[in-house]
Write a protein that binds this ligand. Structure first.
Ligand code: AP5
Length: 190
């Protein structure tokens, strides 16, 4: 089974691109199960009374995040045993204690991804998407910080690839470009 890990800084539009791409893949009879790593973590974190909503998780002590992260990784890996899975997640999570790897060794071991996709846009575009998205409590980062976060994600993605043999694919998602970005993802995953 194929495990595709779809990533991008929060607000870049990775979830939007994943959903659009999967619609096209389903039409071809090659659909994936799209799984949100954040949602899997949220279920555990809520059950344990640690948080009430998803944007609180990256503020938890890093040890708690890692413990909840490991449980989510194991659950998703079980689902990947008999179906193709697109895991909507992050290469790094910006926490008060620094950048936390989204796929540390124990999560990589469980998931064994075939490809790691980085959805990217310009820092200006990401900044405005975050400001426009009233459904979430997004961190406010300036354009330099967003550029650094995207650099950290590229570095992390190549480390994950080196450890697993996965490929790394960069998909640009410029303003108004969801259709084209999704098309590029479909070509990579079909
Ligand atoms: P998660 O659930 O992934 O939330 P997130 O980080 O905010 O990411 P989103 O999926 O909401 O944002 P997105 O970039 O996909 O943007 P969207 O498509 O909505 O994670 C929640 C939390 O879980 C994390 O903070 C972390 O704590 C934890 N977590 C997750 N994975 C983890 C891991 N591996 N390890 C540890 N912790 C983990 O789009 C945003 C907006 O942009 C929308 O309004 C959309 O319409 C718009 N838009 C998109 N594309 C375009 C375009 N081309 N042009 C114009 N507008 C666009």
């Amino acid at each position: 089974m194929t495990v595709a890990v779809l990533t991008g800084v929060p607000g870049v539009g990775a979830t939007t691109v994943a959903e659009k791409a999967n619609e096209a893949l389903e039409e071809r009879g090659a659909g994936y199960e799209v799984v949100s790593f954040g949602t899997e973590m949220l279920e555990t974190a809520r059950d344990e009374g640690l948080v009430e909503e998803r944007d609180e998780m990256r503020k938890l002590p890093s040890d708690e995040q890692k413990r909840v992260q490991e449980k989510a990784g194991e659950r998703i890996a079980e689902r990947a045993e008999d179906t193709n899975i697109m895991v909507d997640t992050h290469c790094t999570i910006k926490t008060p204690e620094g950048y936390l790897p989204g796929l540390p060794e124990w999560v990589l071991d469980a998931l064994q991804p075939d490809t790691v996709v980085l959805v990217e846009a310009t820092p200006d575009e990401i900044l405005f998407r975050r400001l426009d998205d009233e459904t979430r409590t997004r961190d406010m980062e300036n354009t330099e910080e967003l550029a650094t976060h995207q650099d950290m994600n590229r570095n992390a993605a190549m480390s994950y690839a080196t450890l697993t043999g996965a490929t790394v694919k960069i998909v640009e998602n410029p303003d108004g470009g969801v259709k084209e970005a999704a098309g590029e993802l479909v070509d990579a995953l079909a």
